[in-house]
Design a protein around this ligand. Structure first.
Ligand code: COA
Length: 535
């Protein structure tokens, strides 16, 4: 393979300005991540400790093999929502390694509102389960939760992808032989009681773990019976009398030890034999990524400069280098694994869309994982292009991406606008994981364009009614729309609502992709299957 030729000058004013802007953005990201990692308020920490319980991150540290990476998901879920009183949406999810096997961990943080579920907690829990299903990862639930956050029952209880879906997913995964293991390390009330009850194996901690459909106050109101938490649904009840739990743990540490033993006895997991080579570092310094992404996302840059700092030895076997120039396609290796890469170098035209579709089908047939690097304003518009059939050519790319059965991964490093998001494997196209860089933006269209369109519609409506707005009135219509779009297109707005799997430091991208490809190989890669391409 050929080594990519970089044309970046690290001494240019642009490079320095870009680098400073990205350093600042990464600084903000790290501050925010550190703030949510603290969990709930001090008084809840004290209460938790006084009960003899370990904090959620201590539990994770004990559970996972020493010195192995934990690929945390959606750390900033619910960011800037509910007055920031539900950091990380009260739940930690991520992919870790137990006895050399990749597992999905879903762990409540009881210091955050008793580990209760706001809508984003449910989305996060279900997203982690979806990743486990697609990649065949055993699920370990460290349960310590009061169930639904009752003031928000409207957004949490009745709908298809609300609380009930968690247990539905457990049943389906169990049927697919994707092990479901619950470790009850605190309260497990009402709907939450089904989490262990729906698991293949359950560990419960003496004195702190409880499972019941209705707690003592509810029992008293409903039947008049007075009963303690322990007598209603503690470890002795469930291990000796009801059989709801299988393993009796003396404390948190013991429970984790038992859980590790359970994983050790799950049977052998064969991975898809994707031909891997010895990983080699990129030839160009990955820290230069900071200076390449323009501070002003409207400025163009060559995606090959990004690829050169992510792939092994900066080597890239480019496909159709001289055709459909606004999309870069080619083969490379990341941490030794083969990948097919599609990256944007401008608006998608008919030729670039067809080139992308051609490349995706090749990777699907050859069973090579796909990486999409997004910086896309959309498909080209205008009479000439409509006449050329941009709609059907764009559809070819969207069709190929939707049906490609290989593991797909998406990183949004710049803009992600309009149907370009779909053609480049946005969330709706089931990438196994999707990350954003801190300065990336995602929206149906750019703020300026949206404000222009909406203002135009309002001005025309007013003019029809006989009122011709002044320039100042037009500006008053435009400004709030622009401000709203600016706010709603930030990476933080997206990640808070689980439209991605997390915001990441550009420097971590290569490592994360390597881990992601490795975990995806727990599932077989099916044969390709495409439908009708409109010609
Ligand atoms: N909905 C909304 N808020 C809840 C809640 C719920 N289901 N459960 C707990 N909270 C809040 C509390 O108001 C408190 O908020 P604050 O920190 O702002 O004061 C915080 O979470 C911690 O609760 P607290 O009771 O002080 O902590 P705890 O560790 O002693 O007990 C629970 C935690 C979850 C076991 C206990 O609060 C409880 O039993 N809650 C009700 C559970 C329930 O019946 N759920 C049914 C839903 S399916």
């Amino acid at each position: 393979m050929f080594k990519l030729e970089s044309k970046i000058s690290v001494n240019s004013a642009d490079y320095k300005e870009n680098k400073a802007a990205m350093q600042e953005a990464v600084g903000v990201l790290k501050e925010r991540l550190a703030s949510v990692k603290k969990g709930g308020p001090d008084y809840m920490h004290k209460k938790h400790k006084d009960r003899g319980k370990f904090f959620v991150r201590e539990r994770l540290r004990l559970l996972l093999d020493p010195d192995t990476p934990f690929l945390e998901l959606n750390a900033l879920a619910a960011w800037d929502m509910y007055d920031n009183r539900h950091p990380s949406a009260a739940i930690i999810t991520g992919i870790g390694v137990v006895h050399n096997r990749e597992v999905m961990v879903i762990a409540h943080d009881a210091t955050v509102k008793g580990g209760t579920y706001v809508p984003e907690t449910i989305r996060k829990h279900i997203r982690a389960q979806e990743i486990a299903m697609e990649n065949r990862l055993p699920c370990i639930y460290l349960v310590d939760s009061g169930g639904i956050f009752l003031p928000l029952q409207v957004g949490t209880f009745p709908d298809r992808f609300h609380f009930g879906r968690i247990f539905f997913n457990q049943a389906h995964m169990s049927a697919e032989n994707i092990p479901q293991i619950s470790v009850v390390m605190g309260f497990c009330t009402a709907g939450g009681a089904y989490q262990p009850a729906m698991s293949d194996e359950v560990v419960i901690v003496k004195g702190v773990g409880t499972i019941y459909i209705g707690g003592p106050p509810l029992v008293k109101v409903a039947t008049g019976e007075v009963v303690s938490e322990e007598d209603l649904g503690g470890a002795d009840v469930h291990c000796r009398i009801s059989g709801v739990a299988d393993h009796y743990a003396l404390n948190d540490e013991h429970a984790i030890e038992i859980t590790r033993n359970i994983v050790e006895n799950l049977g052998e997991q064969l991975k898809y034999p994707l031909a891997r080579k010895e990983p080699e570092e990129p030839a160009y310094d990955p820290s230069e990524l900071y200076g390449i992404i323009p501070k002003d996302l409207k400025k163009t840059f060559d995606m090959r400069e990004i690829i050169a700092r992510i792939v092994d030895r900066s080597e890239f076997h480019e496909f159709k280098e001289l055709y459909g120039l606004t999309i870069v396609c080619g083969f490379a290796r990341i941490m030794g694994y083969p990948v097919g890469i599609l990256a944007n170098n401008g608006v998608l035209f008919s030729e670039s869309s067809q080139k992308g579709a051609h490349f995706v089908t090749m990777c699907a047939i050859r069973k090579i994982p796909l990486l999409f690097i997004q910086n896309i304003t959309g498909f080209i518009v205008g009479k000439r292009y409509e006449h050329q059939g941009i709609a059907k050519d764009g559809a070819k790319l969207v069709h190929a991406v939707a049906n490609a059965q290989v593991p797909k991964f998406t990183v949004i490093i710049g803009g992600s606008y309009g149907a370009g998001n779909y053609g480049m494997c946005g969330r709706a196209y089931d990438p196994r994981l999707l990350w954003m860089w801190p300065t990336a933006r995602i929206c149906v269209m750019g703020g300026e364009q949206a404000a222009g369109v909406l203002t135009d519609i309002k001005v025309r409506a007013l003019t029809k009614k006989g009122t011709k707005p002044t320039a100042q009135q037009i500006e008053e219509i435009r400004r709030p729309i622009l401000a709203k779009y600016e706010n709603e297109s930030s990476a933080y707005f997206s990640t808070a609502r689980l439209w991605d799997d997390g915001i990441v430091d550009p420097l971590d991208t290569r490592q994360l992709l390597g881990l992601a490809i490795a975990m995806s190989l727990n599932a077989p890669i099916p044969d390709h299957k495409f439908g009708v391409f409109r010609m």
